[in-house]
Design a protein around this ligand. Structure first.
Ligand SMILES: [Fe+2]
Length: 267
């Protein structure tokens, strides 16, 4: 009964405020963390933004060569990471979804934020391989040769306001990445109230699963750095700051703000 309350609230707002009934096409955008009201399909495009990743899943195109991030991230690591590790997440995710056609019409974020509603035999696979696909798709996008070194635009201002300075933010993110035991990610995320946070997730869990929108993240699985840095995760983390694409991360922030503007404030 408790779980149904947020849905009833949104349903109430839909009818009373907008005179519009939820249909199966917009129901998918409801989840326990982000209460979203969608008026029509055009809204869905805005809400999904760059996260409209749907079945059949495929590797995103790399916009730079495997050796373009040298000497910070080596060519061999890039090639294995992209083709073998990310490639396996994509293949495994497609295999999991093959036998459930009704789930193929939902974007990956919807699947990851509604794991308990998925058939139990594919739940872990969607969590690990779906999270892996989503996280790595963002990872390749926020990297570039000769990185821009510092944040730009509105996000730069918000980082300074939130953390005191860019250096303080770097310290917090490095700390989150270093203290992640085993495999996982460290993230800069936006919450549904428009505030920035540094968080860390285990394995391939996505920040979306905790109600956050990821803006940038650092992969701290050993497969991301072991060939060049072995056990020296701190050296790898220091190197990553040289190859970040802050223009893209600012764009992610603008897209995330757009999504927040679509939220129904139910409480
Ligand atoms: Fe990775």
């Amino acid at each position: 009964m408790i779980e149904i309350i947020p849905i009833l609230k949104t349903f109430y707002f839909s009818i009373v405020l907008n005179g519009y009934l939820l249909t199966s096409s917009n129901f998918e955008n409801l989840n326990k963390n982000l209460y979203v009201y969608v008026k029509d399909k055009e809204d869905i495009k805005v809400l999904r933004g760059g996260d409209m990743i749907m079945y059949p899943y495929k590797l995103p195109e790399l916009t730079y060569s495997y050796d373009a991030l040298e000497p910070y991230i080596d060519k061999e690591t890039m090639e294995i990471h992209y083709t073998k590790h990310h490639g396996a997440y994509v293949n495994n995710l497609n295999s999991a979804l093959e036998k459930y056609p009704y789930l193929q019409n939902y974007c990956l974020v919807s699947l990851l934020t509604n794991l308990n509603a998925l058939p139990s035999d594919i739940r872990d696979s969607v969590r690990n391989n779906g999270g892996g696909h989503l996280n790595h798709s963002l990872w390749w996008e926020i990297l570039k040769p000769n990185g821009s070194k510092e944040p730009v635009g509105e996000l730069a201002k918000l980082i300074n306001e939130t953390f005191g300075s860019f250096n303080n933010f770097k310290e917090q993110l490095n700390k989150a990445a270093l203290s992640r035991f085993g495999s996982g990610w460290a993230w800069l995320v936006l919450d549904k109230f428009g505030k920035l946070h540094v968080i860390s997730t285990p394995n391939q869990d996505s920040p979306y699963m905790d109600g956050f929108i990821p803006l940038m993240g650092v992969d701290v699985w050993e497969h991301a750095y072991y060939l060049k840095y072995q056990n020296k995760r701190a050296d790898y983390l220091n190197a990553v700051w040289n190859v970040l694409n802050w223009d893209v991360i600012e764009q992610k922030y603008q897209e995330a703000k757009q999504k927040l503007n679509q939220l129904v404030k139910t409480s």
